[in-house]
Design a protein around this ligand. Structure first.
Ligand code: ADP
Ligand code: MG
Length: 617
């Protein structure tokens, strides 16, 4: 393979842009180069989130001695020489600028050996080339990037915490494992193996990234329509995730974030998932290269389709046929027996079990037996991770009302809001009169009656109490009999880990527990008996919005809301004494709203009732 310098003409036809801004983008460029070089084994190691070290080793074609210098040159590529080539781009990299721009802002070294030649090394520090020197090395290439952005403090400042960067690198590697199931990947962060795949197919790749358990919730599809092929795995109707980090789309092998595809899939799932539940999918769309423009965005994360209605329609109809289980689904679903293939070979040396490996629900051997093929180990542990228990805790999205029903509805809500805006009543003056449907407490006071939503009121009280305690730093933690282990993906883990301190401040005892799991061993005593999985789902579902908001206060507020939602059980019958004390604790405030903004009390007057019975008009 020869490296050409692109002419300005060709170069300018390519959307220019910053390629490298974060460790994960460096990793992405280096791994893409390894894939383009035909590697079947790729190892990625990082330290300090990739800030101090990124090393990518491959067994690909290598770079010839004379070409090492060119690899660092801007606009140097072996993958494209003429403008016409742009319209049939098959390799991943094609602008020839990645190595040059990474070398300009780091201390970089390439050691490479072609099958025919000897190994040579060439370094480049902050853009200054070193001396070409003979080196030791196997066939292939090793690229080592140290101290990224050491000479550009402004960019260094924009990097996130080590664990955040590491989470993003892990997400990137997971995509490579999924999109290249025929390649073996090893990913190590700070000396610990996070992912390991063995290049033996997509099912094994899914097990390597998400744990083998996930496979029991997935359906494999393979459908071809109008020259477009959609294949991969989608979660079944009952399987949902609290955020969008479990969705991967690949167009012609390239990871993309694409609105047309994402909304086609989301709409196919719309009638099965509740609000704030997101589908799981790993899907590959293969289209003729001439109907897709891969050159939309400098970092190549999006694509544009020549006919996006066709693509939308195809994808929507395939995914919904499978979910609805209609007759056409038969054509699309890959039958079970077609899936389990015998293991090609025993996997290479398996990593030792992590000392603090979580209790598995399924052992490696069991999972292997169940699947009928070998699964690679996950995150350096010899166990197959448990998935976080799924429990829908979210409200069902109300169907859009008809327009006049909508008007009426609004009027009703306005009236309700009006009556909830009560002035404070003296709790002592209120007589408890009973309860309705195990939900509403009835109180009377002169010509006024109040219906109090016991659930909302209770929730509100816990919330206020929690906030007050947190503010006064009077937190009491209550250890749990059995600690709870949450299995998280790398991004979820990074988000949670960033907020461990706040969680601890408010009474949770939480810590890392091998790989990307977290262990909770105590909860705030006010929340004893809370539904922890539900709470975590709530917290993780706000990941995207909370990431932007760093104010501890807002986070605490969200946590309080999530916590009491998970703490209060509806439908419990209160004793008369409890019903009274609830009102006292509310301090007679009938205008309260529960933490979700619903009114706690509704006000009825004697004359309103008399109107209903036509006693007065
Ligand atoms: P591009 O990938 O767009 O061509 P890069 O700057 O990423 O540009 O790489 C420049 C050139 O260096 C590539 O075209 C390729 O010839 C060579 N190269 C880079 N990494 C590798 C690798 N891992 N194995 C073999 N060749 C490589
Ligand atoms: Mg490249």
């Amino acid at each position: 393979m020869k490296i050409h310098l692109l002419t300005a003409d060709v170069y300018n036809k390519i959307a220019a842009g910053e390629v490298v801004d974060r460790p994960y983008s460096v990793v992405k460029e280096l791994v893409e180069n390894a894939i383009d070089a035909g590697a079947t084994e790729i190892a990625v190691e990082i330290e300090a989130g990739g800030k101090s070290l990124i090393r990518v080793t491959d067994n690909g074609c290598g770079i010839e001695k004379e070409d090492l210098k060119n690899a660092y040159a801007p606009h140097a590529t072996s993958k494209l020489a003429r403008a016409e080539d742009l319209f049939g781009v098959k390799t991943l990299g094609f602008r020839g600028e990645a190595l040059a721009s990474i070398a300009a802002v780091s201390e970089m070294e390439i050691v490479s050996k072609t099958a025919a030649g000897e190994a040579y090394a060439l370094s480049c520090n902050g853009g200054v080339l070193g001396q070409l020197a003979p080196a030791a090395g196997a066939n292939g290439t090793q690229v080592c990037v140290k101290n990224l952005f050491f000479n550009t403090p402004a960019r260094l400042k924009f990097l996130r915490s080590d664990s955040h960067e590491e989470g993003d690198v892990a997400a990137m590697i997971a995509r490579f494992i999924l999109s290249r199931p025929e390649i073996s990947f090893v990913y190590e962060a700070n000396g610990k193996t996070r992912y390991r795949s063995y290049g033996d197919g997509l099912r094994a790749a899914l097990a390597a990234v998400y744990g083998a358990e996930v496979l029991s919730h997935l359906c494999e599809i393979d459908a071809a329509k109008h020259g477009v092929r959609l294949h991969g795995f989608i979660g079944d109707r009952n399987y949902s995730k609290p955020n969008r980090t479990y969705q991967s789309l690949f167009v012609n092998g390239r990871y993309v974030v694409n609105q047309t595809l994402a909304s086609a899939i989301a709409n196919a799932y719309a009638s099965y998932l509740m609000k704030r539940q997101y589908p799981f999918y790993v899907l590959f769309l293969d289209v003729p290269p001439e109907i897709v423009d891969v050159n939309v965005h400098p970092n190549k994360a999006d694509v544009r389709f020549a006919d996006h209605n066709l693509i939308y329609g195809n994808v929507y109809s395939i995914v919904s046929a499978v979910l609805d289980g209609n007759s056409r689904a038969l054509e699309y679903v890959v039958p079970e027996q077609g899936r389990a293939k015998p293991a090609p070979a025993a996997p290479p040396a398996q990593p030792a079990p992590a000392p603090s490996a979580p209790q598995p629900t399924m052992s490696y051997a069991e999972a292997k037996k169940e699947l009928g093929f070998d699964i690679p180990l996950y995150a350096g542990s010899a166990t197959v991770p448990r998935r976080m228990p799924q429990k829908p805790v979210f409200e069902v999205q109300a169907p859009a009302p008809q327009s006049d029903a909508f008007e009426e509805n609004k009027k009703f809500l306005r009236a309700q809001e009006q009556s909830a805006k009560q002035q404070r009543v003296d709790p002592a003056a209120l007589a408890f009169k009973g309860e309705l449907f195990r939900t509403y407490l009835i109180y009377e006071c002169g010509d006024d009656a109040y219906l109090v939503d016991q659930h909302a009121a209770h929730e509100r009280l816990i919330y206020d109490r929690l906030r007050a305690k947190w503010e006064a730093r009077e937190v009491v933690s209550q250890p749990m009999l059995a600690p709870y282990v949450a299995e998280l993906n790398a991004q979820e883990h990074a988000f949670l880990a960033k907020n461990y301190e706040i969680l601890r401040e408010i009474g949770f005892e939480i810590e890392d527990f091998g790989g990307t799991s977290a262990k909770i061993s105590a909860v705030p005593s006010d929340l004893m008996g809370m539904d922890l999985p539900a709470f975590l789902q709530e917290v993780l579902s706000s990941m995207e919005s909370l990431r932007a908001i760093k104010l501890t206060d807002i986070l605490k507020d969200k946590l309080a809301t999530a916590a009491c939602k998970a703490a209060v059980k509806g439908g419990a019958r209160l004793t008369e004494a409890e019903a009274r004390s609830l009102l006292e604790k509310m301090d007679g405030d009938m205008g309260l709203k529960c933490p979700h903004g619903r009114p706690v009390a509704v006000h009825l007057t004697r004359s309103e009732l008399e109107k209903l019975f036509k006693r007065i008009v």
